[in-house]
Design a protein around this ligand. Structure first.
Ligand code: 0X9
Ligand code: ZN
Length: 334
């Protein structure tokens, strides 16, 4: 296995995936690497699948939707390394049951920009100069506001037969291209959004779970984000989140809070999680907000998005254990 001492660049991540792919058994297709499509700046969004030939069920995870959340891609890379250790070993494991698809960096344009130009960049790097809607010099769409399930939290009131009043309720998403939470000119407008949706929609795969890793705050959250009511099956989602977060805590004592996105954090429409559940019809959907805690009594809270690279290992280690225990709990339930 590999020691992740620093936050890698996009180029280094591409090389890392290639090396990981090469160290898995060459005769059998235990791992494969493919691109789900390109970004606005034409970078490939790389994905790795890890699983033994007998694996029939599928799990999807992504990292790096938000550019500045560096601990997220590093945690996906850490988990890739550990899952490949595991697929290489001869004992039966969850990888005999699940193919795990991991997208370590969904927003490489934003990530590259955050690493080289502006550390606190959050959005993608698409310009906002279309000829419908307002022209703006501001760049970037918040990909986690762009997914077309209750996008912008829109509510239509039909008054009589002819007049429709369109009321925008800004559920944590903005119509202003200069905002950090700009939802885009229309739902699903961004290529990063569309590429993830295409992967989820490929009907040949039936996804058991979708986990999307963000930072920060130490939350293991389930839908919905667009409104504060709960999915019908939220008890099951909550139970599995508890299994994962309890295992995670046993590693380094890190505690996570569990709840629905709108209740635990704030209402915000257009998230990849809401889309995965509402449109993609995936049952177990979670946004995991990694370290640090956002509790100001916590010694590490002040690091916020700038978690030092010394945290890559402990965060990766505990998250891997939590995710694995969560996956194990899925084996018997279906
Ligand atoms: O606001 C977000 O997009 C996420 N938090 S972050 O600090 N990483 O930006 C939370 C997303 C929760 N899910 C939904 N609101 N759908
Ligand atoms: Zn985020």
């Amino acid at each position: 296995s590999y020691h992740l001492a620093d936050y890698l660049t996009y180029e280094q991540i591409v090389r890392f995936l290639d090396e990981q792919h090469k160290r898995s058994p060459s005769l059998q297709n235990f791992t494969s690497i493919f691109s789900i499509g390109n970004t606005y700046e034409n970078r490939s969004i790389w994905t790795i699948r890890i699983g033994k030939p007998s694996a029939r069920r599928n799990i999807l995870m992504d990292c790096g939707i938000h550019a500045r959340e560096f601990i997220s891609p590093s945690t996906c890379l850490y988990m890739i390394d550990k899952f490949i250790d595991e697929v290489n070993n001869r004992r039966p494991s969850i990888l005999s049951i699940f193919n795990i698809y991991i997208i370590p960096l969904l927003n490489p344009d934003g990530y590259e920009y955050a690493q080289t130009q502006r550390r606190m960049w959050r959005k993608n790097r698409a310009p906002n100069n279309y000829y419908y809607g307002a022209y703006s010099n501001c760049i970037g769409v918040d990909l986690n506001r762009n997914f077309g399930y209750h996008w912008m939290g829109e509510i239509f009131f039909s008054i009589s037969c002819t007049v429709t009043v369109f009321i925008l309720v800004e559920n944590g998403a903005s119509a202003n291209p200069c905002s950090e939470t700009y939802a885009g000119p229309k739902p699903d407008s961004e290529s990063e959004t569309q590429n993830l949706q295409k992967l989820i929609s490929q009907s040949s795969r039936n996804w058991d779970a979708y986990l999307t890793f963000h930072s920060y705050g130490q939350y293991w959250i389930y839908p919905w984000g667009f409104a504060s009511y709960m999915p019908d099956d939220y008890i099951e989602l909550k139970n599995k989140a508890e299994i994962g977060s309890e295992a995670l805590k046993r590693v380094n004592g890190t505690s996570y809070k569990i709840g629905s996105a709108a209740n635990l954090l704030y209402e915000s429409a257009g998230g990849s999680d809401d889309w995965a559940k509402g449109v993609g019809q995936i049952k177990y959907v979670y946004t995991v907000e990694l370290r640090p805690s956002d509790d100001l009594n916590d010694a590490h809270a002040h690091f916020a998005f700038m978690l030092p690279s010394t945290f890559i290992e402990p965060v990766g280690q505990e998250t891997y254990v939590g995710v694995k225990e969560f996956l194990r709990s899925l084996i018997t339930s279906r």
